[in-house]
Write a protein that binds this ligand. Structure first.
Ligand SMILES: [Fe+2]
Ligand SMILES: [Fe+2]
Length: 187
């Protein structure tokens, strides 16, 4: 079993659950439901904080950069790095669209819903590409020593890591978004 890859797949499951919850919430508003702005803000905050502070920096440092150093397909690595940067920018504009919907009312909903759909498609496609292209590439190119190093990093994270409080807060937020009683998949 490869702990580092399992950890990334589990993080994708958490992110994916929140992306789907966001889509469902917007669909309910489209069907006439009351907009829960607190919940929408919480979802965008979670996607932003989890991606930008935990998930993407780890992928950049532990997969993309080492794979590049081992001669992996530059086009794929460049593309995924660019998508991480684009994701942060897309979240900023989604937050702006949410603000406009909250302050401007129903006339701003279509623009917000379109932005949400574009973002969700983009995020899910990004994770699919990582799972079908990047992770198999790492399995092919990384040596046993590389995996031992990555697994060591993952094991260290199950201790009291720096940022543990923030991670705990994000787990609580995840339960609030996806449903009480459900915890994030194990890492
Ligand atoms: Fe990524
Ligand atoms: Fe990812």
């Amino acid at each position: 079993m490869n702990h580092a890859l399992d950890s990334i797949r589990n993080e994708h499951r958490s992110l994916s659950a929140v992306v789907h919850a966001l889509r469902d919430l917007v669909a309910r508003i489209r069907d006439g439901g009351q907009a829960d702005f607190g919940q929408l803000r919480a979802m965008l905050y979670y996607l932003d904080a989890y991606s930008a502070r935990l998930h993407h920096p780890q992928e950049d440092e532990f997969l993309l950069q080492p794979l590049r150093a081992r001669g992996a397909d530059d086009a794929l690595i460049d593309d995924l790095e660019r998508e991480h940067a684009r994701m942060a920018a897309a979240l900023r504009s989604l937050e702006q669209a949410l603000l406009r919907f909250e302050a401007g009312g129903e006339c701003e909903f279509v623009a917000f819903a379109t932005a949400v759909e574009g973002f969700c498609e983009f995020y899910l496609r990004h994770m699919r590409r990582e799972e079908t292209l990047l992770l198999p590439l790492a399995e092919r190119l990384f040596s046993d020593a590389d995996w031992a190093r990555l697994d060591g990093i993952c094991a260290a994270r199950s201790g009291p890591p720096e940022g543990a409080q923030e991670e705990l807060e994000l787990q609580q937020l995840y339960r609030r978004i996806v449903g009480a009683g459900r915890s994030e998949p194990d890492r």
